[in-house]
Design a protein around this ligand. Structure first.
Ligand SMILES: [Fe+2]
Ligand SMILES: [Fe+2]
Length: 172
């Protein structure tokens, strides 16, 4: 369901004659980001065997780290807290936060690799951890958002996500 931007969340469904809305639910924005990251990861998988120096692999790891930074922050600072007080079992969210830290650590370990093979393996491992993490969120966590939070709340969180993205946009 789409809502008119600027209206009270969920207050007025969009009529067919209104201008196109720009609102997405937080679950939709996070899944859309996952899709983009997965395409980037697939490209990196294809490029990795052709990389000839450790520094090339390190640069790829830095790029992935940067890409995931805002996404992970949106989840831990915005999305998960909204769900946290609705859940009796906090273990699921703790697992997610822990996985974010493990993925970050895995990517940073690429910077410490001294051989090409080691750097490649570490980056592949970090990408695999990220893929598994996305899958877990989409199968077991995002459905909980849909189940436990109001549609209007999900749309408000989506609007907060957009404000964060616009606020973090780098010049150029
Ligand atoms: Fe996550
Ligand atoms: Fe995610």
């Amino acid at each position: 369901m789409w809502y008119v931007a600027g209206e009270e969340a969920g207050a007025r469904p969009l009529s067919s004659s209104a201008p196109a809305p720009v609102r997405m639910k937080i679950t939709e924005t996070l899944v859309a980001e996952h899709r983009i990251f997965l395409r980037v990861f697939d490209q990196i998988d294809r490029l990795l065997p052709r990389m000839r120096t450790v520094s090339e692999v390190r640069r790829m790891a830095s790029l992935v780290e940067e890409l995931l930074m805002d996404h992970g922050a949106t989840e831990t600072e915005l999305a998960y807290p909204a769900l946290d007080h609705m859940l009796q079992d906090k273990g699921r969210l703790e697992r997610l936060n822990q996985e974010h830290q493990e993925i970050d650590a895995g990517l940073r370990e690429v910077q410490a690799a001294t051989t090409l093979g080691e750097a490649r393996r570490r980056l592949e491992t970090a990408l695999l951890m990220s893929r598994n993490h996305f899958r877990f969120e989409e199968r077991f966590v995002f459905p909980l958002f849909e189940e436990l939070l109001q549609q209007g709340t999900l749309a408000e969180l989506g609007a907060d996500w957009l404000r964060r993205i616009e606020g973090s946009r780098r010049p150029g």
